[in-house]
Write a protein that binds this ligand. Structure first.
Ligand code: HEM
Ligand code: CA
Ligand code: CA
Length: 316
């Protein structure tokens, strides 16, 4: 094997399982298309699960670990910021793992299954198909306490987003492209309620929300006493289709979270938001590149750094 000194060689490769489990992508693909038919919300849920995995301890399946019964150390999935990850996403990975284990026992990591599942859902929802590099091992650490500082929040400023993403090796372009995942899926009212009623303690709504959109959101999400389970779509135009409408919406003041709308309001990110809003192919290209980058973050390779789990929810 040769190493390339000018560029850090990716530890991952597209054909990692070509000898040990050649049918891996078909096996997972079959589960994902079935799951997409039965429960379409699994698509946004799993794409988000992958993001939350990669940002905490790298893409290593640490998000999939369940807290040990009786333990007072909570696993990542029980952190406050992960409470609204949908169970459909965990179910999807569980089903895929179980089929993969039946054909290739002890070979494929949960982290790789999650990366492939996220890609398959992007594609099934109408988004790009890109190759997924494989070879991730599962992580040995999953601690709720590591979560808050490593994930962005609905009210994060563009400065905070840029800093967080760049601390992970992701550039401004990646931040904007990856945010385009909000072209599908939903958010609970609590994440944008302050924008509707009391923006920055002004007792007034966020002046940057389109007035009709504001009215509609207020109907779904009352200031007080609303049902905590109510959600609103990120993309009011095509909430189930993975397209570039999210970016055009931001230009029309139809961003759902403050952090979404902020990408249009900040001069550093606005030009790219506008470009992607006009050019679906460019979004798809940028998204594919950024998912590959995100998917390579903090990966563990080899048994000294990682593990191969039998059950994705339990350390090996
Ligand atoms: C840029 C900073 C980001 C912030 C502040 C953010 C924040 C959020 C919040 C608050 C929700 C709503 C959760 C809920 O109420 O259930 C959400 C959902 C979602 N996020 Fe993000 N997110 C960001 C980036 C990303 C990235 C990079 C991806 C993937 C590449 C992503 C994918 C998703 C998806 C698909 C959903 C919908 C989940 C569902 O419907 O189940 N987000 N995000
Ligand atoms: Ca992780
Ligand atoms: Ca859409």
């Amino acid at each position: 094997k040769t190493t390339n000194n000018t560029r850090p060689a990716s530890q991952l490769s597209i054909d990692y399982y070509s000898k040990s489990c050649p049918q891996i992508e078909q096996l997972i693909g079959w589960i994902i298309s079935q799951q997409f038919k039965e429960a379409p919300v699994s698509a946004p849920a799993t794409i988000r699960l992958f993001f939350h995995d990669c940002f905490v301890e790298g893409c290593d399946g640490s998000i999939l670990i369940s807290t040990k019964p009786g333990s007072n150390v909570l696993a990542e999935k029980d952190a406050e910021d992960n409470k609204d990850l949908r169970m459909e996403a965990f179910e999807t990975i569980k089903k895929a793992k179980s089929l993969v284990e039946s054909k290739c026992p002890g070979i494929v990591s949960c982290a790789d299954i999650l990366a492939i599942a996220a890609r398959d859902f992007v594609h099934l929802a109408g988004g790009p198909y890109y190759q997924v590099k494989k070879g991730r091992w599962d992580g040995k650490v999953s601690m709720a306490s590591r979560v808050p500082s490593n994930l962005p929040h609905a009210n994060s400023t563009v400065d905070q987003l840029i800093n967080l993403f760049s601390s992970k090796g992701l550039a401004l372009d990646d931040l904007v492209a990856l945010s385009g995942a909000h072209t599908i899926g939903f958010a609970h009212c609590k994440h944008f309620l302050n924008r509707l009623y009391d923006y920055r303690s002004t007792k007034k709504p966020d002046p940057t929300i389109d007035p009709r959109f504001l009215k509609a959101l207020r109907m779904s999400c009352p200031h007080y006493g609303g049902n905590a389970d109510i959600v609103a779509p990120f993309d009011v135009t095509t909430p189930f289709l993975f397209d570039h409408a999210y970016f055009a919406n931001l230009g029309a003041n139809l961003g759902l979270l403050a952090s979404d709308q902020a990408l249009f309001l900040d001069p550093r990110t606005k030009p790219l938001v506008q470009a992607l809003g006009k050019d679906k192919q460019r979004f798809f290209q940028a998204f594919s590149v950024a998912m590959d980058k995100m998917g390579s973050m903090g990966v563990k390779t080899g048994s000294s750094l990682g593990e191969k789990r039998n059950d994705c929810g339990v350390h090996a």
